[in-house]
Design a protein around this ligand. Structure first.
Ligand SMILES: Nc1ncnc2c1ncn2[C@@H]1O[C@H](COP(=O)(O)OP(=O)(O)O)[C@@H](O)[C@H]1O
Ligand SMILES: [Mg+2]
Length: 206
């Protein structure tokens, strides 16, 4: 029987696959039309690389990150690769996560992306979905919410983050070459990051 973490990564992979053309079309508008194709290829490789019966969440996330790093080209491969590996370090030896664990992992993922990509909030990247999502998540958990309801709020904020990316100019990555012409378009990475959080929520609710 497949482990829970294998099934959860499977949900993320499915969401990326279902939105492959959408993500690529978004990247066509402000980049080089490869985000969906890249991510889908990466997650197909991930599903082959991770052992179905492995219950150690840290082991599975580290393998996921390493595979994304080696199979996904461009900016997003190393960024997502780092995110999964950093989150995985905190989950080493764990087969279950509580609300605090998940928050710490999301934070570690964001810090990993920031260290690698040298971007801050407001530069029209995946961080514009992830940082507000994390802030909403921790605020909810501090109020006593459980993982699912905190993640629901996080997904709402991530979607607002996507909308926000439409209003700003890209200053990192390929989209920055467009300058002001990047305004009006939603960021592909903010979109895939939101799809990822929604897939985890979907998995936890299912
Ligand atoms: N320095 C960065 N920090 C964080 N995210 C970034 C950075 N550069 C690019 N991105 C994200 O990567 C996405 C583009 O991914 P992708 O198309 O796969 O890579 P590439 O731009 O190399 O073709 C962008 O939409 C943006 O969200
Ligand atoms: Mg691209």
């Amino acid at each position: 029987m497949a482990s829970r973490i294998y099934e959860c990564i499977g949900k993320i992979s499915e969401a990326i696959n279902e939105n492959k053309d959408f993500l690529t079309d978004l990247d066509r508008e402000i980049g080089d039309a490869d985000h969906g194709v890249n991510m889908a290829r990466g997650f197909s490789a991930v599903m082959e690389a991770i052992p179905q019966d492995e219950t150690d969440i840290g082991t599975v996330l580290k393998k996921t990150g390493m595979t994304l790093l080696s199979k996904v080209g461009g900016a997003s491969g190393p960024l997502y690769g780092t995110a999964y590996m950093e989150a995985g370090k905190l989950a080493a030896g764990k087969s279950e996560l509580n609300a605090e664990d998940f928050g710490a992992m999301l934070n570690a993922a964001i810090e990993g992306i920031q260290k690698r990509g040298k971007a801050v909030r407001g530069e029209k990247t995946m961080l514009d979905a992830l940082i507000p999502a994390y802030e909403a998540y921790t605020a909810k958990v501090t109020e006593g919410a459980d993982l699912i309801s905190a993640l629901e709020e996080a997904c709402t904020k991530a979607k607002e983050g996507i909308e926000f990316t439409k209003t700003i100019r890209a200053t990192k990555g390929r989209a920055s070459y467009l300058g002001d012409r990047s305004i009006g378009h939603q960021d592909p990475g903010a979109t895939s990051a939101t799809l990822t959080l929604e897939a985890i929520l979907d998995y936890l609710k299912g």
